[in-house]
Design a protein around this ligand. Structure first.
Ligand SMILES: Cc1cc2nc3c(=O)[nH]c(=O)nc-3n(C[C@H](O)[C@H](O)[C@H](O)COP(=O)(O)OP(=O)(O)OC[C@H]3O[C@@H](n4cnc5c(N)ncnc54)[C@H](O)[C@@H]3O)c2cc1C
Length: 455
């Protein structure tokens, strides 16, 4: 797929990948063998009928392709951009055994963008059932469960703590991977189905879960508050000025327009000339590439294992490399050092080697004695994972959570231990993916519908 030149894109926030033209999409779709067994569908957590939608692209019937996609996926422009397709649908493509698999994600993105440009069809919703559902959180799990329940005729209100709906799609994933306008248009689609979205509503503060059901009269509640609690390493110096959690760094840049501070006078962000980002996942890549675009001269990514163990999507690691991110692999921070004003000035790191596999199945990183060195930096971003925000569980003490604070649910329905209360997405799984959160939303929409139909 055509992409912006790395040197140019490292200085702007425009989307990196430019998308297929109609000709490119049709010729890619023509590669699909339309196999009888259709293994790609089993690789899609929301079971999109992939060969069917690709077949319509090959016939240039893009409207029909969009309809087919939307039968199972209400956020295709988002999934086409950020789903780990290489691990899912494309991994099972029969063509992939001998050559490149069909670029299913890129075709999904093409069809979704085509539909956004040519007018989005709103499907018919069922007659009102008189039942209402509160959805707490507006990320991919919330938008999916809300859309599906609205189609079934239920009244749905989504409560979102932040001032914009979309969850990580707006505050985490940067503009250059997922333009905010795309998320806004897919949120609009969910609203067109009849869903009401109330932003600036922190559940647990404005209403508790119990109050939503008793005082506000909702018949069921779906909790999908994500895993947005920043994690630190508990090393000296983490309180120094200039040390950010990835969450804060990305939220300031994405949601509060810190990258356009002069024009918007919203929230500033301190970058300086040298930035160190700690971690090896998508969040770390997004933070490092954002720091570069915010004007850093040098961005170092510190990761304690080797490149093959990096949990980030391979494509995004390559993009980061091309843009000039400097990788310090098999390296771990041990202390952050400050100047006399309490500002970060460097990070002391130690080189690592890989030992025996640990519980995660990956080889355990072991420090190499005497290999400590210092990396100078004016900003340090910790991107080593997130935890469950405890607000809902603290204000709903009867809700069963596990020892990490994630909500315990029935795996087949998403039902919690409280009747009528369901949960899904990262607040159940821990940090996972957009499509898994959507799959949870879809599964619970069916279960909530069944529950409401019996009530
Ligand atoms: C920087 C970054 C990059 C990522 N890149 C990818 C990627 O490339 N591909 C991929 O598949 N996944 C990626 N992920 C993971 C993916 O975004 C998440 O797995 C997914 O968004 C989880 O969806 P969710 O609906 O469970 O929660 P979220 O998207 O986290 O949404 C939860 C929402 O609930 C709101 N909320 C929280 N508490 C309350 C409350 N008390 N009251 C009301 N609202 C509340 C939050 O403000 C938030 O808007 C990335 C994550 C991050 C952080």
């Amino acid at each position: 797929m055509p992409r912006q030149d790395p040197k140019v894109r490292a200085t702007n926030f425009n989307e990196v990948a430019l998308g297929y033209t109609e000709e490119q999409a049709v010729s890619e779709a023509e590669r699909c063998l339309s196999c009888k067994k259709r293994p790609c569908i089993a690789g899609c957590p929301v079971e999109v009928d992939i060969p069917e939608f690709i077949g319509f692209v090959a016939k240039r019937d893009f409207r029909a392709a969009a309809r087919k996609l939307k039968e199972k996926n209400s956020l295709p422009a988002i999934c086409g951009r950020v789903c780990p397709q290489e691990e899912q649908c494309e991994r099972f493509c029969v063509l992939g055994k001998k050559q490149e698999p069909v670029a299913i994600g890129r075709l999904e993105r093409f069809v979704a963008d085509w539909e956004l440009e040519h007018g989005v069809e709103t499907p018919q919703t069922a007659a009102p059932t008189g039942k209402s559902v509160a959805v707490v959180g507006s990320g991919p799990a919330g938008l999916t469960v809300a859309g599906d329940l609205a189609k079934l005729g239920h009244r749905v209100v989504v409560f979102e703590a932040l001032h914009k709906p979309g969850g990580v799609l707006v505050y985490g994933i940067p503009e250059f991977r997922l333009p905010k306008a795309i998320v806004a248009r897919e949120v609009e689609y969910v609203k067109k189905l009849g869903v009401e979205v109330r932003v600036d509503h922190v559940i647990g503060r404005i209403y508790t879960i119990e109050e939503l059901m008793t005082e506000e009269g909702f018949d069921a509640v779906y909790i999908c508050t994500g895993a947005g609690l920043p994690t630190f390493m508990s090393i000296p110096g983490e309180n120094l000025a200039g040390v950010y959690s990835a969450n804060e760094f990305l939220t300031r840049s994405n949601l509060m327009k810190a990258y356009d501070f002069a024009a918007h006078k919203a929230t500033p962000i301190k970058v300086g000339s040298r930035v160190v980002v700690v971690g090896g996942g998508n969040v770390a890549m997004d933070s490092a590439r954002t720091a570069l675009r915010l004007g850093a001269d040098e961005v170092h990514n510190v990761y304690r294992r080797s490149r093959v163990e990096m949990p980030a999507r391979a494509e995004e690691v390559e993009n980061a490399e091309e843009e000039g991110i400097i990788f310090e692999l098999l390296t771990n921070p041990v202390a952050i050092l400050g100047d006399d004003k309490g500002r970060v000035r460097s990070v002391r790191c130690i080189r690592m080697e890989l030992g025996e596999p640990d519980a995660s199945g990956r080889r355990r990183p072991v420090p190499v004695k005497g290999s400590e060195f210092e990396l100078e930096c004016e900003t340090l971003v910790m991107a080593i994972g997130n935890g469950a925000n405890p607000l809902i569980s603290q204000t709903t003490p009867s809700l069963a959570v596990n020892r990490w604070g994630y909500i315990v649910v029935d795996e087949a329905t998403g039902a919690t231990n409280i009747p009528g209360v369901y949960a899904g997405g990262d607040i159940v799984r821990g940090a996972a993916t957009v499509i898994l959160a959507m799959g949870d939303g879809r599964m619970s929409a069916r279960a909530i519908h069944e529950y409401l139909s019996k009530e």
